[in-house]
Design a protein around this ligand. Structure first.
Ligand code: NDP
Length: 437
């Protein structure tokens, strides 16, 4: 949390805001209160992790559009023996005044937003109005426009700074842990980073011919968009899923096809590490997923503009979401592992050498046994909860809007393994893991 002294360094704040923030700080001396918004797969994991760390998250309120979903998750948490009470509430996070009323009632120190990217700005507005810190896992996206970028949220920097508040953006895995991996590489292994490849592999199998591991609408919008990578100071566009390589993954996962996509963390990473000459993001997809996606696209089912159907408007992608398995239901069926990491080259700091690879491997079944969620939700929810801890403990502090790589990576890297996402680092040679084509 910002220290009171820091509040004054952060600029002028209105008396009202000052009073609200100081009052929050006064109450925070007694207890850390968090408000988690969004009871999907990621919200489930965040709620579990907060419940496992009650020394930090003294009071927890869990809210979502459908209160029953929060109640169901909370009863699973109690059933695992974490019996300290968790309050639940209904909220429409598209509605700022509803959010403000809930925040004023709960009086949290921090809102952990794990609903959808569509709600980023309304929740940031509500946090500013009530004097509360903010954290999310995905950058803002307008429901009618699949283009996403940090600009709308970075525009809040001055307002958060003046209010003496911290907004932490993208505290999931990618974005999130991947940003911290790059900051860690720069701090400990490289004098200069030349290339960064972020590589996301889900080698899990849920047994369905086609399903998405997180919100289908958000996932399909991301995958069907044009690819984009950064090289020599400019962004270069590629046709969707048109650039493919094979990567030989560690821990027995083996070689997989991966495709170049645009991903949001690249935008903040090239801003904060301007030395990087080329940055790319890769994600693995199985052939069944790609074939289904192509057919759905060809018949218009991935469109996000409304079409008339039997006298009323429907959005094909929203209808498709309705027909697909709920990602939260994939947990008990999914077997296998995820492996997400960063492959970095450049001028290494001896004794480190280039290339350098830092990654996490996560087992779907182990995640499910612990939290009732599969690894994609787990790998997002754990860093959200740890980011929240680092803010509440003051280990990450500041006033304004920040991306993960702007903070010291050391406390995060020291703790993330204990929270469930251990990492490994290697300096691979050509005949080990790595890019094979
Ligand atoms: P889900 O779709 O499973 O869950 C979203 C939850 O938010 C649902 O409970 C939904 O409620 C709730 N919600 C939606 N709209 C509102 C609203 N207006 N008001 C209140 N609650 C609302 O998503 P996930 O859990 O899979 O993902 C959560 C977030 O994490 C997303 O933003 C996603 O983009 C992000 N993410 C980030 C990753 C990373 O590595 N950084 C990776 C994966 C996901 P209801 O059920 O009633 O509709």
């Amino acid at each position: 949390m910002c220290k009171i002294a820091t509040l004054f360094l952060c600029g002028t704040i209105t008396l009202h805001k000052e009073y609200v923030i100081l009052a929050r700080k006064e109450s925070s001396r007694m207890a850390n209160r968090v408000l988690i918004i969004g009871a999907g797969g990621v919200g489930r994991v965040v709620a579990f992790k907060c419940a496992q760390h009650r020394d930090i998250f003294n009071e927890i309120t869990f809210a979502s559009r459908t209160k029953a979903k929060c109640d169901a998750i909370v009863s699973d948490i109690y059933a695992k023996g974490f019996s300290e009470p968790i309050r639940t509430a209904a909220v429409d996070a598209d509605n700022v005044s509803e959010l403000v009323a809930l925040i004023n009632n709960v009086k949290p120190n921090l809102v952990i937003h794990v609903a959808l990217p569509y709600q980023d700005l309304t929740i940031m507005d509500a946090c500013l109005e009530t004097g509360v810190h903010y954290l999310d896992t995905a950058n803002y996206e307008h429901p009618d426009n699949p283009h996403f970028c940090y600009a709308p949220q970075w525009k809040y920097h001055e307002r958060f700074e003046k209010a003496g508040l911290l907004a932490l953006l993208g505290s999931g895995f990618d974005p999130g842990v991947t940003n911290v991996y790059v900051a860690h590489a720069k701090k400990h292994h490289f004098n200069r980073m030349d290339t960064v490849d972020i590589i996301d592999c889900n080698a899990g199998d849920h047994g369905y011919p086609f399903a998405t591991n997180f919100n289908p609408e958000i996932n399909i919008r991301e995958v069907t968009a044009k690819g984009r990578y950064y090289e020599n100071g400019a962004w270069h566009e590629t046709e969707p899923l048109s650039v493919k390589k094979v990567f030989d993954f560690p821990d027995g996962i083996g070689p997989k096809d991966m495709y170049l996509l645009y991903h949001e963390e690249m935008e903040s990473l090239v801003k904060h590490f301007p030395e990087v000459r080329r940055m790319r993001f890769w994600m693995t997809f199985g052939q069944s997923y790609l074939t289904h996606l192509k057919v759905l696209e060809n018949v218009g089912m991935t469109r996000i503009d409304p079409v008339m159907y039997e006298g009323r408007e429907i959005v094909p992608l929203q209808f498709l979401k309705h027909m697909l398995p709920d990602p939260a239901s994939l947990g008990p069926r999914t077997k296998g592992k995820t492996c997400i990491g960063c492959w970095i080259t450049g001028k290494a700091k001896p004794p480190s050498v280039s290339p350098y690879y830092v990654y996490n491997v996560c087992d779907h079944e182990e995640c499910y046994a612990e939290t009732g969620a599969q690894a994609v939700s787990f790998t997002t929810g754990v860093p959200a909860a740890l980011g929240a801890k680092l803010i509440l403990s003051g280990q990450w502090s500041g006033c304004g809007v920040f991306n993960m790589e702007q903070f010291d990576p050391d406390p995060f890297m020291a703790e993330i393994g204990g929270w469930g996402l251990p990492w490994a680092e290697t300096f691979p040679t050509h005949d080990e893991i790595g890019i094979v084509s």
